[in-house]
Unconditional design. Structure first.
Length: 440
């Protein structure tokens, strides 16, 4: 582009750099509609549930007084008629609960006058169950057994025992509903933990240049991460990370990245050379990233005292450096000089660059001047699609960053969010989106 020579890459030799028992679970998440008047059985069940975690079977078992296998069918019909919320009744034989009779079976019998006149007891209509569940067992550990039994034998309700005593009935739907609630709660907690590793406002505001970021995960958990590591009052290292894969596995690796920089702060690490710090991170990730996974990253090391900054691009998306002077626009595209992280190759190449006589630097270095803007982002920004499936692509991303240059600092986040929302519309965001805006 015209005037590209106005932003010239420099050589910064960094090789001589100076070293200087029970679970606490929010029960409110398991409440649904407004509380209705409880039956005597429900009140009794509520008291029984108090000693159980929401993850244990005892917390979802509903106690109903068992009936004998010899009781008349009319008695059971009357029980269902009097309690509209009753779905199944446990049945005893020889003082032991052996199964249940449910409302659907009783309704089918009630519709046949012949069956009603010829049936003296419920013995012919009970569903016998050989699977026994225990109140203190965990729901997720028994979900497959319950699901398989339902699929094979059509059994929907299962007796639950506390020790040797009958405790109540539980259904497959109860299992599925509670499992979904638990997982939703766990994801919400995990999301809070993940977001805690993103830089907070006080950290962003303490940098000797203007720094803002915008992030939206495609799911509750994601594979993007941002780090801000201050080496001194005038030096800092900012990183934008994108983990291969999505959801829980990817989020665990982002937390690993965040924990690395938090540990450097906690241990008052004295290493000041950004080359060595990034090499340390890659060596660390090489030990924990599973085979087949990797992490792309773009780092900006800024030294406001010497008025220099470097960009390390490790297999990441193109980083844009932009400056406008009057009607002239100067921009530089900074492509990767290093492979993705997590495989050990970044560590080896970075340390090799510090050897005497090396003239090939694995970073792009520039002079810091007023009005220079640096834009870093994850590939979720260029990969987002509109309602017709059209990809945002690299060219539109570059046009957006040229537009963002003229946006006031306090409006940057809103402008990024608007760009994503306007393009995606009602479509699903396919990947996590992260954008970092640095202004010198």
């Amino acid at each position: 582009m015209e005037g590209e020579e106005n932003i010239t890459e420099e050589v910064i030799d960094l090789s001589e750099f100076s070293d200087g028992a029970s679970e606490d679970v929010d029960q409110s998440l398991f409440t649904g509609e407004e509380k209705k008047e409880q039956t005597q059985n429900e009140e009794f069940s509520s008291m029984l549930h108090e000693g159980f975690s929401p993850k244990q079977i005892g917390s979802i078992a509903l106690y109903t007084e068992p009936v004998s296998v010899t009781v008349p069918l009319e008695t059971v019909m009357q029980m269902f008629k009097e309690d509209e919320g009753l779905k199944a009744i446990p049945v005893e034989e020889s003082d032991r609960v052996v199964g249940f009779i449910d409302r659907k079976k009783v309704d089918s019998v009630s519709s046949s006058m012949w069956k009603r006149f010829t049936s003296s007891s419920i013995a012919d209509y009970i569903q016998r169950v050989d699977v026994i569940l225990y109140a203190r067992e965990y729901i997720e550990n028994n979900l497959k057994k319950v699901s398989d039994t339902n699929r094979k034998y059509g059994i929907s309700y299962f007796p639950v025992f506390n020790g040797k005593s009958f405790f109540g009935l539980v259904s497959l739907d109860d299992f599925l509903d509670r499992t979904a609630e638990i997982r939703e709660q766990d994801l919400a907690k995990a999301s809070v933990i993940q977001q805690s590793f993103f830089p907070h406002g006080d950290v962003c505001g303490s940098l000797p240049y203007r720094f803002q970021y915008w992030n939206q995960m495609a799911n509750a958990l994601g594979g993007d991460m941002i780090s801000v590591y201050r080496l001194s009052d005038s030096r800092s290292l900012v990183g934008c990370f994108d983990v291969s894969g999505k959801n829980v596995a990817a989020s665990l690796l982002t937390i690993t990245v965040g924990a690395f920089f938090h540990s450097l702060l906690a241990t008052h690490n004295k290493e000041q050379n950004p080359v060595r710090i990034i090499a340390m991170l890659d060596a660390y990730l090489a030990r924990v990233v599973p085979p087949g996974n990797f992490i792309t990253a773009a780092f900006c090391y800024a030294d406001c005292e010497s008025k220099k900054f470097c960009v390390f691009n490790c297999g990441h998306t193109t980083t844009y450096l932009i400056r406008k002077q009057g009607d002239k626009v100067y921009d530089v595209s900074i492509d990767p000089k290093l492979p993705p992280m997590g495989m050990g190759a970044v560590h080896d190449q970075l340390l090799s660059s510090l050897k005497e006589g090396n003239t090939k630097y694995p970073y792009s270095a520039y002079s810091m001047s007023q009005g220079l803007h640096l834009s870093l982002y994850s590939d979720g920004f260029t990969d987002m699609k509109d309602e017709q499936g059209v990809r945002y692509d690299d060219e539109k991303a570059k046009e957006f960053f040229l537009h963002l240059y003229d946006v006031a600092d306090e409006e940057v986040k809103d402008e990024i969010g608007k760009a994503v929302k306007d393009w995606v519309g009602t479509a699903i965001l396919p990947d996590d989106v992260t954008v970092i805006d640095i202004r010198f």
